[in-house]
Design a protein around this ligand. Structure first.
Ligand code: SF4
Length: 441
């Protein structure tokens, strides 16, 4: 099966069997055309506004834009060979195959965070993922290691839906509200481990800025991933009366619902309105306050797509990512992180049929890796994570050859104070083993 970029190209020139379609006509093989855009570029998140302070990629030199695929391949391999152990390349599961094939480690954000800590001798960690992942790698790596993001425009629309100012405003409102509750300890009372519970524990999804991870470290909170969200919420409820969960409302809702928390105990916090658009009583009665954020890619999956898959493929096993909506998770057979999905497919007998609700690059790779099984994406429209898609072999060749010359391009650094606070929340996360899948059924 062709890779996702090859599939998109075939669709665009009208040679894709079955005449598939993409979610944007601008999903082409020239991502540099969109580096200065004010949105995230073509794809599901093109309509999400890019924050004004988001990093922008400068002009990629013409020699890399114009190089053929074969030339880029030779140059990347030569640079890798010359750099040897001075270099490690990390590739996220959602990355395009044309880049993932050069990665020394491939995994989800949790596994790549762990991989960062296992490569203390590499001088350069080239992160083929998105901005928040590179920030995490910088915070977990040594002081003499440079973390490089090949294209600075590879951000994450979900991560940008919660910024530090908005979360601090929310925290102030919650502090004021719960401080006036008789018998409720004040926020930041520092009583973790004592008999008293904090009124609110902040929990940030890995898909968030370093500043928000640091916020959680400062306020007795923790980072979670889709692999360990349930374990993290159990950890938080041992320390607090309720959780403020950001930025992904869906992961928070799906996880909490699977733990038996009712939907009316999960108010949604809209950052632009007072009390997030909730009554004081709703917040007092809450168990999980959900930030109004989402993943544009996983939001595309629908109950109708699941019904269609079941009709066309009797016996199909439907597995979706917990960033999908609650309705989709409840209509699926199972849900779990990208690593959960991968392992479920590996463990299934030959002849199994899977409809998968997660990013298309991973689904297509799984289909190629398991030719004895039928594996397809729930969404028939080809719509990759448009931010991850910004990393093209041209950018990889550019940063590798520069590093070989002694030049560090696109280095992602997080200041010391932020790193120190964020590490507290990250180390708590790394200590919590992946929990049960977030089954909302
Ligand atoms: S798939 Fe969604 S959450 Fe993941 S990096 Fe892309 S936009 Fe962000």
């Amino acid at each position: 099966m062709p890779s996702v970029p090859e599939t998109i190209h075939l669709i665009q020139i009208g040679e894709q069997a079955g005449a598939g379609s993409t979610c944007s006509a601008a999903l082409d093989d020239n991502p540099w055309l969109h580096d200065a855009d004010h949105s995230y570029g073509p794809g599901a998140s093109i309509d999400d506004p890019l924050p004004s302070d988001a990093p922008r990629q400068g002009v990629l030199p013409a020699e890399y834009r114009q190089a053929s695929r074969e030339e880029l391949d030779l140059r990347i391999r030569a640079a890798k060979a010359a750099l040897g152990e001075r270099l490690v390349i990390l590739g996220h599961f959602y990355q395009r195959d044309e880049v993932v094939k050069y990665a020394d480690f491939v995994g989800d954000s949790f596994q790549l965070a762990q991989a960062t800590k296992k490569t203390p001798n590499a001088e350069a960690i080239v992160f083929c993922g998105v901005h928040f992942m590179a920030e995490t790698a910088d915070m977990l790596s040594g002081p003499n290691q440079a973390v490089i993001l090949p294209n600075l425009a590879a951000g994450c629309s979900m991560a940008d839906m919660a910024d530090l100012d908005a979360v601090e405003d929310c925290w102030e409102e919650l502090t004021a509200l719960f401080a006036s509750d008789p018998g409720t300890p004040h926020l930041d009372s520092g009583d973790v481990g004592s008999q008293k519970l904090q009124p609110v524990i902040p929990v940030t999804y890995m898909n968030s800025s370093a500043a928000l991870k640091a916020f959680c470290g400062r306020h007795g909170g923790v980072v979670c991933t889709s692999s360990n969200a349930r374990s993290v919420l159990e950890w938080a409820f041992a320390r607090g009366q309720r959780v403020l969960f950001f930025p992904d409302q869906h992961l928070g809702r799906n996880t909490a619902k699977a733990m038996g928390i009712s939907l009316d105990q999960m108010p949604l916090w809209k950052p632009e309105v007072d009390l997030g658009g909730n009554t004081e009583q709703a917040l007092r009665d809450s168990k999980v306050i959900l930030w109004h954020g989402f993943c544009s890619v996983h939001k595309r999956f629908s109950v109708e797509q699941i019904a269609m898959a079941r009709q066309r493929h009797p016996g199909v096993r439907v597995i979706v990512h917990p960033e999908c909506t609650l309705e989709v998770v409840e209509a699926s057979d199972e849900n779990g992180s990208t690593d959960y999905i991968r392992k479920a497919i590996e463990a299934a007998p030959a002849g199994s049929i899977f409809a998968i609700g997660t990013e298309i690059n991973l689904v297509q790779r799984l289909a190629n890796d398991h030719p004895d099984k039928t594996i397809f994406c729930l969404d028939s429209i080809v719509c990759p994570c448009s931010t991850m898609y910004r990393i093209h072999p041209s950018y990889l060749a550019w940063v590798l050859e520069a590093f070989e010359r002694g030049e560090v391009l696109n280095r992602i650094t997080v200041d010391e104070a932020t790193t120190s606070d964020a590490r507290i929340a990250l180390e708590r996360m790394l200590a919590l083993a992946p929990g049960k899948p977030v089954s909302a059924a």
